[in-house]
Ligand binder design. Structure first.
Ligand code: PLP
Length: 306
């Protein structure tokens, strides 16, 4: 359950939590065209709160709007200010931010071009997405029977609400089967991503991740991890990956704003490496947490002070 906070930002106003409602005719509720983001704010070692890669997340929100032909009434700067304002209004030192641009109520039917384009930002407290234990010891995963959308069926580079039905189905299937998370293949059978995470594997010291044509969201944590790995002297390759390459990997991990850097210790009942968290995953995870909430000072451009 999300713990209730004080305020939600809706179309330029800070609204009381219980009054932040939409009409049941809201177009996006029926047809799923809504752009959204997931962003984390961390209280760092200096005691201050910073939003991690805010600009990049807001840019992706506007990219999703462009892809889905949504025309927000607010600017990128407005949304960035709203995120900081909301954290302050809710006295939050760390937490998760969910900006959303969606089609409001008015006409029904698929087209409805004149329905208002609305913008909200919600904040809530969110600990480790897959659990604290998952960060320490890794998770068990299963390749899903659901494929990721083909690039011409949906918009792989959009973080659009409607296409998350695909993720929800895959996640439920994995959980009902006793696993922690699903790994999805693309329509051509190559490894794509998790239900809400990008995926990496390590083989003989090299880090591999599916390339951007593999029907994946262009994850901001994926980009962060690739940069941090290169800074650590680890070679990174973006390429197509097969299911059996995953099974034979020395290490596998997920990345995402929610999932952060979560080790994967098993895929399809096959232990990955020794079935424990591998050394490269551990190094990258440590670097990641040092950058987002520790003492690292080399990536100040990624941090927006609240
Ligand atoms: C489907 C999917 N892939 C990957 C990611 C990871 O993206 P990011 O690191 O930008 O949060 C997410 C989360 O936003 C996601 O929903």
């Amino acid at each position: 359950m999300v713990d209730k906070l004080k305020k939600i930002w809706m179309d330029g106003e800070l609204v009381d939590w219980d009054d932040a409602n939409v009409h049941v005719l809201t177009h996006s509720l029926h047809y799923g065209v809504a752009a959204f983001e997931g962003i984390r704010a961390y209280k760092r070692a200096d005691g201050q709160t910073y939003v991690f890669r805010l600009r990049e997340h807001v840019d992706r929100l506007f990219d999703t709007c462009k892809l889905t032909l949504l025309a927000p009434k607010f600017t990128r700067e407005d949304v960035m200010k709203a995120c900081a304002e909301l954290l302050r209004a809710n006295s939050m030192e760390d937490g998760y931010l969910r900006p959303m641009v969606y089609m409001g109520d008015g006409a029904m039917g698929i087209y409805a071009p004149n329905n208002p384009c609305r913008t909200s930002v919600i904040a809530w407290k969110w600990g480790a997405y897959l659990g604290e234990e998952a960060l320490k010891t890794g998770i068990r995963t299963k390749i899903s029977s659901f494929a990721r959308h083909h690039i011409n069926i949906s918009l792989a580079k959009a973080k659009m609400a409607g296409q998350y039905t695909n993720s929800v189905l895959a996640k439920r299937e994995a959980k009902f089967g006793g696993y922690d998370e699903a790994i999805m293949l693309d329509a051509n059978g190559y490894v794509s991503e998790g239900s809400g995470e990008n995926i990496f594997l390590v083989k003989k010291g090299v880090l591999y991740t599916p390339d951007l044509a593999s029907s994946i969201l262009e994850g901001i944590t994926r980009d962060t991890v690739m940069q941090l790995a290169r800074e650590l002297g680890i070679e990174v390759k973006e390429t197509r990956i097969t299911r059996d390459q995953l099974w034979l990997a020395d290490e596998v991990f997920f990345t995402g704003t929610a999932a952060e850097v979560t080790p994967v210790r098993e895929v399809d009942n096959r232990p990955i490496g020794e079935g424990t968290v591998g050394p490269i995953t551990k190094r990258i995870q440590e670097r990641f947490f040092d950058v987002v909430r520790g003492t690292d000072t080399a990536h100040a451009a990624w941090l927006t002070k609240v």
